[in-house]
Design a binder for this molecule. Structure first.
Ligand SMILES: [Zn+2]
Length: 574
């Protein structure tokens, strides 16, 4: 007898092959049969009119903290994700030294946008080693999760406060290598680091890994060479623009030292600046020529970042705006209501000297997110352009009036640039490129600014079905088998007999990401941005249902994935 039978579904198995009608039989967490099944089952699910696919693998998350208070990794699992990779960008929560927790919390709050109060109240920080941290999650999570070992954490542990501002001595590098070896032996799936200027700790200093020499970074990457099923991840300044030769060389040298692929996050693709992503992909070609492998993560949706007149964001950077935006809220509102101030702010925002920030002066091109005031009710999801037209008011006045009425709390979502045919055509080419991988959600991080976690349903609903820009089978392959093969996940990423039963059942006619809304459900009563899913009927992890009709069931069958045991080695040439 089967544990579970999924009947009458349309199977898209993750290999890229055309869909076919079949039943799926599951026993003891594994798929045991695919085809016409007559065997009886403890539970039978009718998947008529639904697609049955492998669960999605999100290669770039920061669920390191959230999984400790939210074993369901919401909202990712609600969108069909069954495996997440954490410990990215050089940041993790382990190992912890004596002073560890306070510094780590403040760094994570600053660099990854997790509320400090949430990190203080939602987690007991009761571990020291990387292995102890992994054990805390083992058997207590709904999805499968694997964690890279972050450079910053081991550097701080070895060098203490001297990790900020100093190169390591050869002895300290040896100590870091030993710690990394220990963490990987305990199950860490590789090494991550950051060299980006944008990454600062809670004291406003660059994070520890920024002070590492290339030799130190390459030596640490090299530790992975001796460990089965490991990989590398990195962020450098060029991820946002173009790589310098030094950066490309560093990535190649890391990959060669480890004999592993290295992925970086996240490549924007658009018709306004096609040179940028072509240049970034070129690093992948240079790597290949040298026997290394560089993979660019890139998103299949264009989500954007939330802005507001309340909290620091790009609006605060417009030249000349600062004296107004720095005022206490009541005074700021008073100034924003003043017609002459508005006129001046408009002028400053349009001034060519504001450079790329002049794009922010397209007042009509903001979509209204969450609002507070009664008079703003019903504006959610509308553009300023639409609202201004119905009000017979200028776009700038419309925007400023809404924002002032809300006490500046209005969520503003600039309409994404490059939402045009040429840009989408370019993206589709990049998704198929062997130097790129779909991912880069940053799920679990930047909780006040974005919600990238919903990309699988956004991709399948908006891009694949509504716009018809990409075939379903291929889209699923790029979110399942392709990432699973890059990380060497054993028997995951495809629907195959004998493989783990990580499965999503969805309605292709209705699958979509819901709108991004504010939600107050973090420990410490803090807010986050959240998007629900539509059309996700069932999500199974290791044969057990973790999501039904877009809601978590409460089951926690997820596997804490450990290097070697749950991952096989992938080399640059694989
Ligand atoms: Zn990240």
């Amino acid at each position: 007898m089967l544990d579970l039978l999924i009947k009458n579904g349309m199977v898209v198995d993750g290999s890229g092959a055309p869909r076919f009608a079949a039943d799926l039989g599951i026993r003891a967490g594994r798929i045991v049969q695919i085809g016409k099944i007559t065997e009886t089952a403890a539970e039978t699910i009718d998947a008529s009119d639904c697609v049955v696919a492998p669960g999605f693998v999100d290669p770039h998350t920061h669920y390191d903290a959230q999984l400790l208070w939210d074993p369901f990794a919401t909202p990712s699992t609600l969108h069909g994700v069954t495996t997440v990779i954490g410990g990215n960008c050089g940041f993790g929560l382990a190992p912890l030294g004596e002073e560890g927790a306070d510094y780590t919390r403040r760094m994570m709050a600053k660099v990854e946008g997790m509320p400090l109060k949430t990190l203080e109240e939602g987690i007991d920080w009761n571990w020291k080693t990387f292995g102890e941290y992994l054990d805390r999650l083992d058997g207590k999570i709904a999805c499968n999760a694997a964690f890279l070992v972050g450079h910053c954490q081991i550097r701080r542990l070895v060098m203490g406060t001297a990790a900020t501002g100093n190169e390591a001595t050869p002895a300290q590098v040896e100590e870091m290598k030993a710690l990394l070896r220990e963490a990987i032996t305990a199950g860490g799936i590789g090494f991550s680091t950051t060299q980006a200027h944008t990454h600062q700790d809670g004291d406003g200093n660059y994070v520890a890994s920024r002070f590492a020499s290339s030799e130190e970074i390459i030596a640490l990457a090299g530790v992975c060479r001796d460990h089965e099923g490991t990989t590398l991840e990195v962020i450098v300044d060029g991820c946002l623009g173009k790589f310098t030769d030094r950066e490309t060389d560093l990535l190649i040298d890391m990959s060669l030292a480890a004999n592993r692929p290295i992925n970086w996050n996240v490549m924007g693709v658009g018709a306004t600046d096609p040179d940028r992503h072509q240049h970034q992909l070129e690093a992948g070609s240079k790597a290949k020529a040298k026997g290394a492998r560089i993979m660019a993560l890139t998103m299949p949706t264009i989500g954007g970042l939330k802005m507001s007149f309340l909290d620091h964001c790009a609006l605060f950077l417009i030249p000349g705006w600062e004296p107004i935006m720095q005022l206490p809220v009541p005074e700021r509102i008073e100034r924003l209501r003043d017609p002459e101030t508005r006129r001046q702010m408009d002028e400053m925002a349009r001034d060519p000297r504001a450079g790329v920030l002049t794009a922010l002066s397209r007042w009509g091109a903001y979509v209204i997110g969450d609002t507070v005031a009664a008079e703003n009710e019903g504006l959610f999801g509308k553009t300023i352009e639409e609202i201004a037209k119905t009000r017979g008011q200028s776009e700038q006045d419309t925007l400023f009036d809404i924002v002032c009425a809300d006490g500046l709390e209005t969520g503003l979502w600039p309409l994404p640039p490059d939402d045009d045919e040429a840009s989408w055509k370019m993206r589709a080419e990049v998704w198929r490129d062997e130097r790129a991988l779909i991912g880069g959600s940053d799920a679990g991080a930047h909780l006040d600014r974005m919600c990238g976690a919903s990309y699988p349903t956004g991709f399948l609903g908006d891009i694949v079905r509504d716009r018809g820009l990409f075939p379903l089978e291929e889209a699923i392959q790029l979110m399942t088998d392709k990432p699973a093969r890059l990380f060497g996940l054993r028997e995951r990423g495809r629907l195959e007999e004998g493989w783990h039963a990580d499965i999503v059942v969805f309605d292709p006619a209705t699958i979509a990401s819901g709108p991004i809304k504010n939600r107050t459900d973090l420990p410490g009563n803090c807010d986050r941005l959240f998007a629900a899913s539509e059309g996700i009927r069932h999500v199974f992890v290791n044969g057990r249902e973790i999501v039904r009709d877009g809601q978590e069931t409460g089951a926690i069958p997820g596997q804490l994935l450990r290097s070697g045991r749950d991952t096989r080695t992938v080399t640059p040439l694989d």
